[in-house]
Write a protein that binds this ligand. Structure first.
Ligand SMILES: Nc1ncnc2c1ncn2[C@@H]1O[C@H](COP(=O)(O)OP(=O)(O)O)[C@@H](O)[C@H]1O
Ligand SMILES: [Mg+2]
Length: 277
């Protein structure tokens, strides 16, 4: 196996990056794939969501940045996936990396040793376009952009796409913007539908899988360190992440999964009809 590395990035906070990484990792692992997730956010939300206490961990990603550990040394096993953890120490990484030659390539170099050990590597980016996110984009084959279907956040996406273009020119020619992941989608409101239709019309990015419906269950999930998917719930959002995982893994998507995600052809046309014709 050779892992595909995907960065989940959007410099806006609270758009569902961490939730997407955790849920997608669980869905990929359900398909029998070996998955590594990398927490690249000093807030350590992904680390916490997987049931670890970020501040008690040693070593973490920051020790890789400072050269005290290799990435392999930091890996923790979680029931569903392997994790490279992070905590608040990583907040110093931007400064540490400033004086380091080839600072954009650190993560890429470290992950190169792990490519044969996993099918999928997902990087949870921090809400910034700083050197950590550039590291993630430089290491990645593809970038997934979660967008919240609640507020109009066009400028944020445009700025991210500019950064992706810079990375493609300067540090990673093969980086592919894979598409948008629509998060917190509320099918009952016109606003959610309009935001999604507008984003897809405005940017040259396809929608990956189905929009992830809003559900309070996502906020409840982190408590036990288990993803919503592992809990066996059938909320539409879980089905959406299973669809996204199958699309990324190039696996067939059964009809009933589209229904569970509430994104049948009819529903899709009702939302996107105005865009596609
Ligand atoms: N589909 C969803 N429905 C409802 N709440 C969600 C959904 N996805 C994420 N959330 C919640 O939104 C908040 C922000 O999500 P998070 O994944 O932490 O965003 P980010 O990593 O981009 O900051 C969290 O409280 C999370 O539980
Ligand atoms: Mg996050």
């Amino acid at each position: 196996m050779t892992a595909t590395i995907r960065a989940v990035a959007n410099q806006k906070g609270g758009v569902g990056k961490t939730t997407t990484v955790q849920s997608l990792a669980a869905a990929l692992s359900e398909l029998g794939r070996a998955v590594l997730v990398v927490d690249s956010d000093p807030q350590g939300s992904l680390t916490f969501s997987l049931g670890f206490e970020p501040d008690e961990l040693d070593p973490t990603l920051n020790d890789v940045v400072t050269g005290r550990a290799t990435l392999v040394d930091t890996i923790l096993q979680h029931e569903e996936v392997d994790l490279v953890p992070a905590n608040i120490d990583l907040a110093g990484a931007e400064v540490t990396l400033l004086s380091r030659t080839g600072r954009e390539y650190l993560l890429r170099g470290e992950l190169a040793d792990l490519l044969e050990s996993y099918d999928d590597i997902l990087i949870d980016c921090s809400p910034s376009l700083g050197v950590l996110t550039i590291n993630a984009l430089t290491a990645a084959d593809e970038v997934l952009v979660p967008v919240q279907c609640e507020t109009l956040s066009h400028r944020g996406v445009a700025q991210l796409l500019e950064t992706i273009d810079d990375v493609r020119r300067l540090t990673n020619r093969s980086l592919t913007p894979r598409g948008l992941i629509a998060t917190m989608f509320d099918g009952r409101t016109n606003h959610s539908k309009e935001v999604l239709a507008d984003l897809l019309a405005r940017y040259d990015l396809p929608l990956v899988g189905a929009p992830v419906r809003k559900s309070v269950r996502f906020a409840e999930a982190p408590a036990g360190g288990q993803s919503l998917l592992a809990g066996g719930t059938q909320v539409p959002g879980a089905a959406a992440y299973r669809i996204i995982a199958r699309e990324l893994a190039d696996e067939p998507i059964p009809d009933d999964l589209w229904e569970k995600a509430r994104w049948t052809d009819v529903q899709r046309d009702a939302v996107l009809g105005a865009v596609h014709g």
